[in-house]
Design a protein around this ligand. Structure first.
Ligand code: GAF
Length: 380
């Protein structure tokens, strides 16, 4: 019923050999993520609390002796260009993330590269950050902070998506069985603190529900919301009171969401899952009504999950489609899954799918003889 997280390293190597005719020199993978709370706050110097997923993106690659860059993927997607593509204006489509990552690390020369992924694309689970982080991890050996700088530059400068930095940070720096409390105050790389996150030990699970509604962070809606929120945060308290709708609501979302992050961390640390669930739901209401980044399908998932026995639920990620996270007692999980699916069917929404939300590990280089996991968070 839950889509398990597969190990796609062997399939990636096999596909590379078939499509590029030799063994890859480098193998790496990086996780997608869900955010527990703290949404649309990273680009405003605020707080967020993401976890890495078990679902990952694998990249295997080898340098070429000519100047061709030849990219293939498990979806039969293929892109080929000259290294001249590594400079110039942003590209579109999936290859832009790979090329953006190569630009950001200053890649010189030709390259063959193959991608396999179990992170659903456009589902708000940071498939683009997982791809970028897997590429920078595969083709360079740098400190985690340098990899993070490159990953941020790839998406924000070379792809041109106006995102905040949460996704790349957790993909590169996550710890298994931990959430990562990120504080973006100060403008540079965020300060991070791992927060132990194992609700399973108390009979509670995090369930990821993919509504099947797709979106992209570079499609304009995200940028508009970001601009409004930035304008709202630049106002003094008096100006907020006098400002025209929607600015006061955007401001209220950001201020209340930062406060909820602090309260969720405190509740997690005292294992108060009822309170964590209530704060999840309050976050969803704020994202729906004040920040206006939800959609009917996400609202329906949250409502159905809650009435079926979940402790709380909320949309996760950029919104406008994508996924919800549901905090549910394990004994109620199957019932919640059935009721969420039934509600979607009754409303004529796409059939949702369900992923486990256990907190996984960070981007990793794999040695040739199989998945020997080099934990980059320990590498500095
Ligand atoms: C997207 C962005 F990429 C993140 O930086 C963050 O702003 C998130 O939406 C919303 O919290 O995933």
């Amino acid at each position: 019923m839950l889509i398990p997280a597969p190990d796609l390293l062997p399939a990636s190597v096999r596909a590379f050999v078939e499509r590029h005719g030799r063994e890859p020199s480098w193998r790496a993978s990086a996780p997608g993520r869900v955010n527990l709370v703290g949404e649309h706050t990273d680009y405003l110097g605020g707080l967020c609390l993401p976890v890495a997923l078990g679902h990952r993106t694998w990249v295997v690659a080898a340098p070429r002796t000519d100047s061709r860059v030849h990219l293939t993927s498990g979806d039969a997607l293929e892109w080929s260009g000259d290294t001249s593509h590594l400079t110039g204006s942003p590209l579109r489509g999936w290859a832009s993330y790979v090329v953006g990552a190569l630009r950001a690390v200053g890649w010189q020369g030709g390259l063959d590269l193959h991608v396999e992924s179990s992170v659903p694309v456009g589902a708000g689970l940071s498939s683009s950050a997982a791809l970028i982080c897997a590429v920078v991890t595969a083709v360079t050996e740098r400190s985690p902070d340098d990899l993070l700088r490159a990953a941020l530059e790839a998406e924000q400068v070379h792809v041109g998506a106006p995102t905040g930095g949460m996704d790349q940070t957790v993909s590169l720096l996550a710890r298994p069985a931990h959430a990562l409390l990120l504080d973006f105050a100060g403008g540079g790389l965020p300060a991070g603190r791992p927060v132990p996150w194992s609700p399973e030990r108390d009979g509670v699970e995090l369930l990821v529900v993919d509504t099947g509604v797709r979106h992209a962070n570079d499609d304009g809606a995200f940028a508009r919301r970001r601009a409004e929120a930035e304008a709202a945060m630049a106002l003094s308290p008096d100006e907020v009171v006098a400002a025209r709708d929607p600015l006061p609501r955007r401001r209220r979302h950001v201020d209340s969401e930062n406060d909820r992050v602090r309260r969720v961390v405190a509740a997690v640390e005292r294992h108060d899952w009822t309170e964590v669930g209530a704060l999840f739901t309050a976050s969803h209401v704020s994202l729906r009504d004040d920040h206006e980044v939800s959609c009917v399908e996400l609202d329906a998932v949250v409502e159905a999950a809650r009435t079926a026995g979940a402790l709380g639920a909320r949309m996760t990620g950029g919104g406008f489609g994508g996924c919800a996270v549901v905090l549910v007692p394990t004994t109620q999980r199957d019932r919640v899954v059935a009721r969420v699916s039934a509600a979607a069917r009754a409303a004529g929404h796409p059939e949702p799918s369900f992923l486990p939300g256990e907190a996984g590990g960070p981007a990793t280089r794999h040695r040739a003889a199989g998945p020997s996991h080099v934990d980059l968070s320990q590498a500095q």
